[in-house]
Ligand binder design. Structure first.
Ligand code: SER
Length: 312
């Protein structure tokens, strides 16, 4: 068992888009040996200490947490918005069962802090879109969004009823170059860079004028760590925090890419994801996050585009 003064961190879903970058940040902060990464599939040796774990298996999770003396959990397992629409009930099961497994192990094993991501998918067509306030109507139209609203309310319940310190961010679309996104409505904003580099052309599954909130992964990792570092009593919101950084349309992103890649062309073939995007915010009001734990994004559109084109 780890001593009380040492943080011992467990990541669930460490092989995904967020986990691939978060695990390095957590290793830098807590020490290579104090971060245990898990995923359904085996992780490369470069991931550090890792183990195959199905987060649906509460017993295996409990045993691992106990054996390792885990003090913090980052739960990054989910079926995202677009994929979940193709298999609603299994996706609901996965999103909620893994959530409750983490909550249960946190309660039973004295976990100090649990991070669980929420999303802009908690919002829906009845929500004000520009900007979307911290406290507003939550009537999502996707299974993924419903699971995130349910989790947010459980976060708050678990804090009030059991004093469980669960922290959460409503991530916007996340843009990164180290690992592919996992089947969301905002994935176009990553795909576009790969296609731009390979073919100097892209066909977007969202229309030209579809404005969505987005964030470069480095900002998302900083936001996550800043929220986890904040003193518990500074956090006025126990559901999840709005966090904003960028917002742009596919046409605006294409213009920014064209500034680096002469002749880059974009065409549009909207599919079922268009309706999901149309129900989501265009811009996020994140004043609560700025006030409560000092949130401040660093990457603007041009800097994000520059770094992406350099690295994909
Ligand atoms: N990027 C995610 C999605 O599109 C939002 O959480 O599903």
């Amino acid at each position: 068992m780890a001593q009380n003064s040492i943080e011992k961190v467990l990541i669930l879903g460490a092989g995904g888009q967020i986990g691939t970058e978060l695990r390095g940040a957590l290793q830098a902060r807590y020490g290579w040996d104090n971060v245990v990464s898990t995923d359904l599939k085996e992780l490369p040796e470069s991931a550090g200490r890792s183990q195959v774990l199905n987060a649906m298996d509460g017993k295996a999770l409990d045993e691992l947490v106990h054996r390792e003396g885990i003090t913090q959990i980052y739960h990054l397992v989910a079926t995202l918005s677009a994929t979940a629409e193709k298999a609603p009930l299994p996706s609901w099961d996965l999103n909620m069962q893994t959530y409750f497994n983490a909550v249960e192990v946190a309660r039973n094993r004295g976990i100090r802090k649990l991070f669980w991501p929420s999303s802009i998918a908690v919002f829906g067509p009845s929500t004000p879109r520009n900007p979307t306030p911290q406290e507003t109507i939550l009537e999502p139209t996707t299974v993924y969004g419903i699971s995130k609203v349910a989790g947010e309310l459980w976060n708050q319940y678990a804090y009030k009823a059991w004093g469980l310190d669960i922290r959460s961010l409503r991530y916007p679309g996340l843009i990164s170059h180290t690992a592919p996104p996992g089947g969301g409505t905002t994935d176009y904003a990553v795909d576009i860079f790969h296609q731009a580099k390979a073919h100097n052309a892209y066909t977007s599954f969202l229309g030209a004028e579809t404005r969505l909130p987005m964030m470069f992964m480095e900002d998302a990792i900083r936001a996550t760590l800043a929220l986890m570092d904040a003193p518990a009593d500074a956090l006025q919101h126990r559901t999840a925090y709005n966090v904003g950084a960028l917002d742009f349309t596919p046409a605006e992103l294409a213009d920014a890419i064209r500034a680096h890649l002469t002749g880059f062309t974009i065409s549009y073939a909207p599919d079922f994801r268009q309706a999901i995007a149309d129900s989501w915010p265009q811009r996020i009001d994140d004043s609560a996050a700025r006030r409560d734990w000092g949130w401040q994004p660093r990457f603007d559109l041009n800097e994000m585009v520059r770094v992406m084109l350099e690295n994909v």
